[in-house]
Design a protein around this ligand. Structure first.
Ligand code: B1M
Length: 210
């Protein structure tokens, strides 16, 4: 059994208060925040996903797990960063239109912030014009799109196309991520890159600065 089995079980049960206590205890016992996140929390959400798919868990229960996850991530947030302070560049991040999943996107946002980027997080359900408005307003150089549903993947292409049509394509690097997408989809829709997780998204964004 993993060191984080209790955290995983509590996440699945959706008890935010107990989860926050367990995460605090794990930190006090010297466990690394990144391990608590990946081995305790993210692996728990994977099980929630499997149970959702098989009909063992229903939307209200999944939402409780998601809310508990967000609170636990809030505890880890100050400990996860790379601790850089100067601005590395301006990033616009958001989940695309039709998609309400935000936990992974929030982690990417957090990792980018702690890597020194100035991040404008548009939240969920963003139409292409929301991204375009924000790119112009913030004079951003990186755009990160998140999608968790196969049905919202086409909205990523629409967003990339709209950025091209708005004449902003040369100004920004476009990165995509989320469980159903991959590098070949990024290539297909004309994005600059794909990142599988929050850490690699932040590294990829940094690689564009040089
Ligand atoms: Co939804 N959901 N959901 N859901 N949900 C999935 C995605 C699903 C795989 C579950 C399943 O059936 N196994 C399935 C999608 C199937 C598909 O499309 N093939 C699904 C479905 C079907 C649905 C609904 C349609 C269910 C319904 O209503 N019948 C509905 C859709 C609502 C909508 O969006 N319009 C729905 C609703 C919900 C809730 C609201 C209940 C809740 C979301 C709450 C929230 O986000 N605030 C929810 C949840 C929690 C999930 C699962 C269980 C967990 C997602 C999650 O948070 N994972 C999910 C199953 C799963 O993924 N295992 C599921 C943890 C998170 C840390 O990982 O988001 O992958 P992830 O992010 C990672 C990487 O992907 C990457 O980095 C992150 C961190 O390392 N990444 C990026 C993400 N974005 C990035 C952007 C980047 C780079 C990397 O930019 C460069």
């Amino acid at each position: 059994m993993s060191d984080f089995a209790a955290i995983t079980e509590t996440l699945i049960s959706g008890d935010a208060d107990v989860l926050v206590n367990q995460v605090n205890q794990a930190i006090s016992s010297g466990h690394k925040p990144g391990e608590i996140l990946s081995q305790g929390l993210i692996s728990g959400m994977d099980i929630v996903g499997e149970r959702m798919e098989s009909g063992e868990m229903f939307i209200p229960e999944v939402l409780m797990s998601a809310q508990a996850m967000s609170q636990a991530v809030g505890v880890l947030k100050p400990l996860l960063g790379e601790g850089e302070s100067s601005s590395a560049g301006r990033v616009i991040i958001g989940t695309v239109k039709g998609d309400l999943h935000d936990i992974g996107k929030n982690l990417v946002s957090m990792m980018m912030e702690s890597a020194g980027f100035e991040v404008t997080d548009l939240g969920v359900d963003n139409a292409p014009e929301d991204f375009i408005g924000a790119i112009k307003e913030q004079n951003a150089t990186i755009v990160a799109l998140s999608a968790l549903l196969t049905t919202t993947m086409p909205m990523m292409k629409k967003t990339v196309d709209a950025i091209v049509e708005a004449g902003l394509r040369d100004q920004v690097k476009i990165l995509i991520g989320g469980a159903p997408v991959n590098q070949s989809f990024a290539d297909e829709i004309g994005a600059d890159g794909y990142a599988a997780d929050a850490g690699s998204a932040s590294k990829l964004a940094k690689s564009y600065l040089n």
